[in-house]
Design a protein around this ligand. Structure first.
Ligand code: HEM
Length: 412
C-alpha cells in the first residue's frame, strides 16, 4: 500500500463528491475539517485534495504546479478554445496578465481603482435609495448582484443593458466547470464552450468598435493603447475579456452577500461595525477568510511527482486546493471557526496567492467595503428571513442565490 492509498478517504462517495454535493452547500465546514485531518486526500478518480494552509500556500508558489489543464494525464481542456491567462503558466501567463493589467492598475494606471471610489459609492447609494418603501428585500437581486455588475460593465465598457445576455452565458460557463455529480461532463462542456464562444465574440466586437475611437474603458485600452510590448491577438483579447467580465461579476456578489449574512448571524459583530466603521477593511478581510467567495481552486496539476505532506502526488494528476479549508486551519489561525472582524494576523487565502493571485483584489476590496458601509448605515433593523438561505449551485463560487431580509425602513 502506498502513502497515496492510505491518504484515500475510503468513504462511500469520496470527500470531494460530498463537498460538491449541493445538500452540503449551506455548511461545508465540517467536511473541510475532515479534509484537514487527512492532510492530502486522494479521491477515487485519481485527483488529490489539499486543505491545510501551509501546504496550499506552498503549492500556490511552487513552479512544479501548473494551472494549465493540458498538463493532465487525461487532459480535460476543450481543444481549440481560447483559454484566458488564469489557465496558463508563465511565461505566457505573465505576458497576458501584464497586458490586461496595463489599464487596470500600477505601474501604468496607478490611480484607476481608487478613482472609482466615488462612483461605486454613488451606485451603492442609488441602489439603496431604490429600496424605499419596502419592508422585505432580496439582498442578492436588489443590491449585491447589480452593484458589481454595474461596476465591471463601466470599467470594461460593456453596455449595462446587455446584462441579461452575458449573465446567461456566464451562468452556463460556470456550470461547465462545476463538478456536479450525475450530470454529463461532455454535454456540460459542449454547452459551456458555446457560451464562451458567443460571449467572446460579443466582447471582441465591442472592443473592435472602439478601435481608433478611444474611450475611457478597458476594452478601448486593449485595442488602442497596447503598450510597448505589444497587445493581445484577437483571440487573446476575447478570452481575457470573458475572464474579466465573469470574475468581475460572479465573485464580488458573494463577498457582499456572505458579509451581510455573517454579520446578521453575529449581532455583536454587527453592533461593533456600527460603532466603529473604521474596522470595515478588517471586517471584509475576515469574511474573505471565514466565508470566502471562491472556496476552492480545481484546476492545478503536478508537472512532476510532488510530495505534499508525506503523500506523493503523481505527475499529471489533478490537484484541488480547498482555500476555504486552509482559511480555517487551526495550525495557522487562532480560534479559526470564530468570526472576528478585529482579527490582526489574517493572511487568508481568499484571493489565492503567488503568480495567479487575484488580479481584481483591489477592486473587490473597495466594492465590499463601500457596499457594507452603505448597508449598515442605511438599512433600518435588518433581519434574516431565511437561515440558511438558498445557495447558488456552485461549490466553487459559493454564496446565497437569494438573501431575503426584513427591514423597518431605509434611512437617508
Ligand atoms: C471578492 C471577490 C473576488 C474573489 C474572492 C476572487 C478570488 C480569486 C482567486 C482565489 C483567484 C486565484 C485563482 C487561481 O489561483 O487559480 C483569482 C484570480 C483572478 N481574479 Fe479574482 N476574485 C474576486 C474578484 C475579482 C474581480 C472583481 C476581478 C476583475 C476585475 C477578478 C479578476 C481575477 C483574474 C483576472 C484572476 C486570474 C489571475 C491570474 O491568473 O493571474 N477577480 N481571484
Amino acid at each position: 500500500m502506498t502513502a497515496a492509498d492510505t491518504a484515500s478517504t475510503g468513504t462511500p462517495g469520496t470527500l470531494y463528491s460530498r463537498i460538491t454535493d449541493y445538500a452540503n452547500r449551506p455548511d461545508p465546514y465540517p467536511l473541510y475539517a475532515e479534509l484537514r485531518e487527512h492532510g492530502v486526500a486522494r479521491q477515487d478518480d485519481g485527483s488529490y485534495l489539499v486543505g491545510t494552509h501551509r501546504e496550499i500556500a506552498a503549492l500556490l508558489h511552487d513552479p512544479r504546479i501548473s494551472s494549465d489543464r493540458r498538463n493532465r494525464t487525461v487532459p480535460d481542456e476543450v481543444q481549440g478554445v481560447p483559454v484566458a491567462f488564469i489557465g496558463r503558466d508563465d511565461p505566457e501567463h505573465e505576458r497576458l496578465r501584464a497586458i490586461a493589467m496595463r489599464p487596470f492598475g500600477p505601474p501604468h494606471a496607478p490611480g484607476r481603482i481608487d478613482a472609482m471610489h466615488d462612483e461605486i459609492t454613488a451606485i451603492a447609494e442609488e441602489l439603496i435609495d431604490g429600496l424605499r418603501g419596502r419592508d422585505r428585500i432580496d439582498l442578492v437581486e436588489d443590491f449585491a448582484y447589480p452593484l458589481p455588475v454595474t461596476v465591471i460593465c463601466r470599467l470594461l465598457g460593456v453596455p449595462r443593458e446587455d446584462e441579461p445576455r452575458f449573465h446567461t452565458w456566464s451562468e452556463t460557463l460556470i456550470e461547465g466547470f462545476d463538478p456536479t455529480p450525475g450530470t454529463d461532463p461532455a454535454e456540460r462542456q459542449r454547452v459551456a464552450l458555446q457560451a464562451r464562444t458567443e460571449m467572446g465574440l460579443y466582447l471582441g466586437e465591442l472592443a473592435e468598435a472602439r478601435r481608433g475611437k478611444p474611450s475611457d474603458d478597458m476594452l478601448s485600452a486593449f485595442v488602442n493603447d497596447p503598450g510597448p510590448d505589444g497587445g493581445f491577438t484577437p483571440t487573446e483579447l476575447m478570452a481575457t475579456a470573458v475572464l474579466l467580465l465573469i470574475a468581475g461579476h460572479e465573485t464580488t456578489v458573494n463577498l457582499i452577500t456572505n458579509s451581510a449574512l455573517t454579520l446578521l448571524r453575529h449581532p455583536d459583530a454587527l453592533q461593533l461595525m456600527r460603532e466603529r466603521p473604521e474596522l470595515m477593511p478588517g471586517m471584509v478581510e475576515e469574511v474573505l477568510r471565514y466565508e470566502p467567495p471562491v472556496q476552492l481552486l480545481p484546476q492545478r496539476t503536478a508537472l512532476t511527482d510532488v510530495e505534499v505532506a508525506g503523500v506523493t502526488v503523481p505527475k499529471g494528476q489533478p490537484l484541488i486546493l480547498v482555500l476555504a479549508a486552509g482559511n480555517r486551519d487551526p495550525l495557522r489561525f487562532r480560534d479559526p471557526d470564530r468570526f472576528d472582524p478585529t482579527r490582526q494576523d489574517n493572511q487568508h487565502l481568499g484571493f489565492g496567492s503567488g503568480v495567479h493571485s487575484c488580479f481584481g483584489a483591489p477592486l473587490a476590496r473597495i466594492e465590499g467595503q463601500i457596499a457594507l458601509t452603505a448597508l449598515i448605515r442605511r438599512l433600518d433593523n435588518p433581519r434574516l428571513l431565511q437561515d440558511p438561505p438558498v445557495y447558488r449551485r456552485s461549490p466553487i463560487l459559493r454564496g446565497p442565490r437569494h438573501l431575503p431580509l426584513g427591514v423597518s425602513g431605509i434611512t437617508d
